[in-house]
Unconditional design. Structure first.
Length: 406
């Protein structure tokens, strides 16, 4: 029986003193600088206009210059920054191959990647490389038997980690793995919460029938900000410029907070229905799929997915993304699954074949969850024994409904 490697993310808040806090922030700043330098070099590419994506070539082209520019940033962190830049450049190259105009990567997220040479784990703390030696960071552990505590048992092996700075605090996202002799169809899959994101109406709708957030309100706040910004630009004075900058900061903070609350509500819904996974659509081709989605809305969708992913990881819930084809046009009833563009009309979904009617976003959310189950089933990765979460029960990939027991 072949061994199966299970991979999870344990998210831990860290307790660090003021000096360590300062060193970690400076390390993050230099890490971002290093990643940006590599991305800039790879983006400019070669004389024939190609984007450089090879990690080896990027290393040869940038390593010495980056180390000097970042005041001898730890060598392992420089290499990690190069890898992050290489992955971003590879995505740009793929977009270009698909005929899409990519944008040069910009590294603004307050995070830094640690390999096992740059971080050492102990029972109650970790040591992390910084711009000035190593610092000790104590774990703030949740209650026993609650992820990520369960991932700190001997059976789980700690691997690389990503340090995030959020709202004044530091969090470690630690990759943990273990091997099991369980066959793939019995692997740790379970119940999936499907989520459909929208440019109008409710911002997020789940397969359990939860309607979360208000996309219209978010768009309204954005339009108000743009109107005020336009007025300040017309004035053109230094005072107006400072006011415009202040408005931008307040709107950015408000938007981030609003999307944080939406993602928190999604995780709460997943916990309420004992879900092990949350499924979204991939955002790669969102401009083609949602023709009226602005860059701001695309950014909001990406943020919701990112925030949900790290919040869910704290409870051992995984976030998966599936291809979006036909999730909005297909009837979600398992005995039908008829697909046609005319099934959906705005918020209303009425199947032309079986006449069943649903809220269109609720219908799409169920299809998103079911599509993940089907992907697992095709790859023998647990789909047959997994379920999608509904309002009052679950449904497996074969359409067998199990009501919630009270």
């Amino acid at each position: 029986m072949a061994a199966v490697e299970l991979r999870r993310t344990a998210v831990l808040k860290l307790d660090v003193d003021d000096d360590a806090h300062r060193l970690l922030q400076e390390t993050i700043d230099r890490f971002k600088q290093a990643a940006q330098m590599v991305a800039d070099d790879g983006w400019n590419g070669t004389e024939d206009g190609y984007i450089v994506t090879s990690k080896t070539e990027l290393h040869d082209r940038t390593y010495s210059e980056v180390r000097e520019a970042t005041n001898e940033l730890n060598a392992d962190l420089v290499c990690a920054a190069r890898n992050r830049a290489a992955d971003a450049l590879d995505s740009c190259a793929e977009k270009r191959k698909d005929g899409e105009p990519p944008s040069k990567p910009q590294f603004t997220s307050d995070s830094v990647v640690y390999n096992l040479n740059a971080i050492t784990y102990y029972d109650e703390y970790a040591t992390l490389a910084t711009v000035d030696g190593r610092i000790n960071a104590e774990y703030i552990l949740p209650d026993e038997d609650v992820p990520p505590t369960t991932y700190f048992s001997a059976e789980w092996e700690k691997r690389e980690a990503t340090l995030h700075h959020r709202d004044g605090d530091y969090y470690l996202h630690i990759t943990v793995v273990k091997e099991t002799n369980t066959e793939p169809e019995d692997a740790e899959y379970g119940t999936v919460l499907g989520v459909d994101l929208n440019v109008d109406g409710h911002l997020a709708v789940t397969s359990t029938g939860a309607f979360i957030g208000n996309a219209d309100y978010l768009n309204h706040k954005r339009r108000e900000y743009e109107k005020r910004r336009g007025q300040m630009q017309q004035v053109g004075t230094r005072s107006a410029h400072l006011t415009m900058k202040s408005l931008g900061g307040r709107f950015a903070n408000w938007s981030e907070d609003y999307l944080h609350r939406v993602s928190k509500a999604l995780v709460k819904e997943a916990l309420a229905h004992d879900c092990t996974h949350i499924a979204f659509e991939k955002l790669k081709h969102i401009r083609e799929r949602i023709s009226n989605a602005s860059k701001f809305q695309q950014w909001a969708f990406r943020r919701i997915q990112e925030y949900t992913e790290y919040k869910a990881a704290e409870y051992g819930i995984a976030v998966e993304k599936i291809a979006p084809q036909y999730t909005s046009q297909r009837c979600s009833h398992v005995d039908c699954s008829f697909t046609h563009d005319d099934n959906r009309d705005g918020d209303e979904f009425c199947c032309l074949k079986c006449d069943r009617e649903y809220h269109a976003d609720y219908n799409a959310a169920k299809n998103i969850a079911r599509k993940l189950l089907q992907n697992w089933h095709k790859s023998d990765s647990g789909g047959a024994t997994s379920h999608l979460a509904l309002k009052s029960g679950t449904l497996n990939v074969n359409g067998v409904y199990t009501p919630t027991t009270v």
